[in-house]
Design a protein around this ligand. Structure first.
Ligand code: NAP
Length: 312
């Protein structure tokens, strides 16, 4: 399904780091009308053609290059492998290291971008119970929190240059081509779907095209700065999530993924991502007038599962 066009100011110019990823590729597609430069590590693999420009080196950009909006979505995936010491370091350092290159670029550029939308995650709040969390809530320490805190801090230096920084604390992004849904599809299709542990932990999610629209909204909505939770207004428990996913696929959900052996084998990765969560509400997005097209999980899953495209 093609990405729905999003309303962006005509002629606006965007720099998208991580534009080759699960979220970024959809954003670039939806930006159609805008002029987009994608920052990647590998132009060959990026696979974009004109009018999208693809760069690996920001230092090569002229100082009078104009970008209105910077979006930083790049970073080592958090959930795609064991949290060994080496991977933890790569996860922790990759987002700030890309951000540092963008900060150095923004220092040179004149005029400056108006806004930098920086990907963080709901993991910023740490592993939590039933309490609803909004952007005013305090965090709790864990590896996920440290990754998000490092990612957020790395963009802050550009604020002193007049750039508005929006820290998007993104929930589980729903689309079939990647993220959580891609990992769940096969076991659920085989009838092996089930809740994780007691299924009581919360899952804060957002349908991917709603996230793309929220990024576009944050780009023009001057009242948004600092943390903005990018989650639908109706987070659910893991039990509710797996039931809804089973309903969407018309598959039974009888299994239960046991906690103890996975925590034993995977440690913090299992504690934080599989059996831990947080109940996050998008207070600032709603206050600023953003309307979610998919506020309810059943409809979001129905839409997310209709896309026929498979992404590598
Ligand atoms: N997907 C979700 O459910 C979700 C939830 C919460 C938060 N987020 C956050 O939102 C952002 C975008 O998510 P996503 O799912 O679109 O990410 P993604 O597809 O996993 O990765 C985005 C891009 O990051 C670049 N990248 C990968 N490893 C890197 C490394 N070691 N160093 C530098 N760049 C690297 C890659 O671009 P190149 O190969 O072109 O360089 C990749 O296409 C990420 O920061 C992610 O943590 C995502």
């Amino acid at each position: 399904m093609p990405a729905p066009a999003i309303p962006v100011p005509p002629g606006s110019r965007w720099l998208v780091a991580g534009g080759t990823g699960f979220v970024g590729r959809r954003l670039v597609e939806a930006l159609g009308a805008a002029s987009v430069t994608v920052l990647t590590r590998d132009t060959g693999k990026a696979g974009f053609g004109p009018p999208v420009r693809v760069v690996t080196d920001l230092e090569a950009l002229a100082a009078d290059e104009r970008f209105d909006v910077v979006v930083h979505l790049a970073g080592e995936p958090i959930a795609s492998g064991l949290w060994t010491e080496t991977r933890r370091r790569r996860i922790l350092e990759s987002r700030p290291s890309v951000a540092e290159r963008i900060v150095a670029c923004v220092e040179r550029l004149e005029p400056k971008p108006r806004v930098w939308i920086n990907a963080s995650a709901v993991g910023w709040y740490g592993v939590r119970g039933d309490e609803p969390l909004d952007e005013g809530s305090e965090p709790r320490d864990c590896f996920g929190h440290r990754v998000c805190a490092a990612a957020e801090s790395a963009a802050v230096p550009v604020e002193s240059q007049g750039v508005r920084v929006v820290q998007m604390r993104i929930g589980l992004v729903l689309a079939r081509e990647g993220g959580l849904l891609r990992q769940l599809l096969l076991p659920f299709r085989l009838g092996l779907g089930g809740r994780f542990g007691d299924g009581a932990h919360w899952m804060s999610w957002i349908e991917r095209d709603d996230l793309v629209r929220l990024i576009a909204h944050a780009a023009v909505e001057e009242s948004l700065r600092g943390p903005v939770n990018a989650t639908a207004p109706n987070p659910v428990t893991n039990t509710e999530f797996v039931r809804a996913f089973g309903r969407a696929l018309r598959r039974p959900v009888f299994q239960r993924v046991p906690r103890a052996p996975l925590v034993w084998a995977l440690g913090d990765l299992a504690r934080e991502l599989l059996f831990g969560g947080q109940r996050v509400l998008p207070a600032r997005a709603l206050d600023s007038g953003f309307e979610f097209r998919y506020p309810e999980l059943d409809e979001a899953l129905r839409y997310a599962l209709t896309s026929p495209v498979a992404m590598s």
